[in-house]
Design a binder for this molecule. Structure first.
Ligand SMILES: NC(=O)c1ccc[n+]([C@@H]2O[C@H](COP(=O)([O-])OP(=O)(O)OC[C@H]3O[C@@H](n4cnc5c(N)ncnc54)[C@H](O)[C@@H]3O)[C@@H](O)[C@H]2O)c1
Length: 409
């Protein structure tokens, strides 16, 4: 039960902010991209930036020309800045949660790069603070704004696939070429030290939206199985010169989840093999099927024999299910500003649009928790010999109030 006197954050509306002042924390690879992108998003401005590294902060001062904070406590100062309404967190994984908590405690909304949290305790801390301070805490899951995922979500919402019964998502991304970069060292070390699906949100986020998770159904039980670490220790030795007899993370982790309504999700994580990039996105319904990888495929089974759409016929079918968040003007902006083929821009655009108009955000703090908790829950399952573990009901029963995913427009 939610603590007495407190209400949940489902469909939460904050006061509209006509011109959102953004405080961007973390000016590494991803933060630098965000610093270039955010000033092109209507309805907001970059008010200040922050990096613990004074060299990066100084570089930002000369190139971006906004207020700059640095040092160990720089994030606290930017969270206190009266010109900032939203703290946009692009740091490494260790610092996401303390910065977002500090933002909300100072009356700011928080948006956190993926994966936003790593432990169940971190997920609960973000939920408790968001509910208590009445500030949004959202996850910056850009893959929810990929054009295929947006279209398939719309088809699912309109019942084209019948009742969805199963979905798949994954993060197959061969990072071999990248492990040598200094900015990737913290991530390689995390794979050395932690077992489990360390990067679940690209795979699980879009399918949870299609399944309406915590909007009429909820994740209930999870089981994981992994391979041994075959390539991981080799990459550690090759890139950091370190021998490790006890490398924790398997090269490939599979997680199966069953929902309260008896639907299933298969989630996979593999950043260590040459397998081509693949987010696995698949929706299986009683009357249809959609897959993004390895090739776009839609199959509608309500004709006899079932029909597999391809080529022009597929394009024509997909064009009938344009996402309601896409207007020609927004699509033009997304292709001009870009960022992972425009999905980064669309993610930012939607966040700012909803803050401008005081609307519920597309991804709330419960989405964040449900998608991120997979890291620790998969570890718990693996360490107990692939034993099923319960997924917490982060909404404490409130998931039954809503009926399917929808955008606030
Ligand atoms: N959504 C996507 O497609 C996508 C793509 C790449 C990275 N990411 C995510 O973006 C985040 C950043 O990744 P990156 O590759 O830019 O990492 P990075 O290491 O290049 O940058 C992180 C930056 O954060 C700064 N930082 C760390 N702690 C800080 C603190 N306490 N205060 C202020 N600054 C601090 C570091 O100095 C560094 O400059 C990660 O969570 C990553 O998983 C997401």
């Amino acid at each position: 039960m939610i603590p007495e006197g407190r209400t949940d954050m489902l469909q939460f509306r904050a006061e509209p902010i006509p011109d959102v002042g953004i405080g961007l924390v973390g000016l590494g690879v991803r933060g630098t991209e965000a610093a270039a992108r955010l000033p092109q998003v209507p309805g907001c401005h970059l008010a200040a930036v922050c990096d613990v590294n004074p060299r990066l902060a100084e570089l930002a001062r000369s190139s971006i020309g906004v207020k700059v904070y640095t040092g160990e406590d720089g994030y606290k100062a930017i969270c206190e800045d009266p010109d900032v309404d939203l703290i946009y967190v692009c740091t490494d994984w260790y610092h996401h949660v303390p910065i977002a908590l500090c933002a909300m405690e100072n009356g700011k909304h928080a948006a956190i790069e993926v994966p936003s949290a790593h432990t169940l305790q971190e997920c609960w801390n973000l939920i408790d603070t968001s509910e208590r301070t009445r500030r949004h805490c959202t996850i910056l899951e850009n893959c929810c704004y990929d054009s295929f995922e947006l279209t398939a979500l719309e088809m699912a919402r309109r019942g084209v696939f019948g009742q969805l019964i199963h979905a798949e998502g994954s993060y197959h991304h061969n990072l071999e070429e990248r492990w040598g970069r200094t900015t990737m060292r913290w991530r390689l070390k995390l794979n050395r030290d932690c077992r489990g699906d360390l990067y679940p949100t690209h795979g699980i986020g879009p399918v949870c939206q299609a399944l309406g998770i915590h909007r009429g159904d909820r994740l209930k039980t999870l089981v994981s199985m992994d391979t041994a670490p075959f390539n991981g220790p080799r990459y550690l030795k090759a890139n950091m010169g370190e021998e490790c007899a006890d490398f924790k993370n398997g090269d490939q982790t599979m997680t199966m989840i069953r929902t309260e309504m008896g639907r299933t999700i298969l989630l996979q994580h593999d950043v260590m093999t040459p397998r081509p990039y693949d987010r696995g996105y698949k929706l299986v319904g009683t009357e249809g099927y959609a897959a993004k990888y390895p090739v776009f495929q839609v199959c509608l089974g309500n004709s006899d024999p079932e029909r597999v759409y391809a080529g022009d016929e597929l394009n024509s079918l997909l064009s009938d299910y344009r996402s309601p968040i896409l207007t020609p003007e927004i699509e033009e902006m997304a292709s001009r500003v870009g960022g992972h083929d425009g999905m980064d821009f669309l993610m930012d655009y939607r966040l700012i649009y909803c803050l401008n108009h005081g609307l519920p955000l597309d991804m709330d703090v419960y989405d964040l928790a449900e998608w991120c908790c997979i890291s620790e829950l998969s570890r718990m399952s693996l360490e107990a010999g692939s034993t099923p573990v319960d997924v917490p009901d982060f909404t404490r029963g409130a998931w039954q109030r809503l009926h399917g995913f929808s955008y606030a427009l």
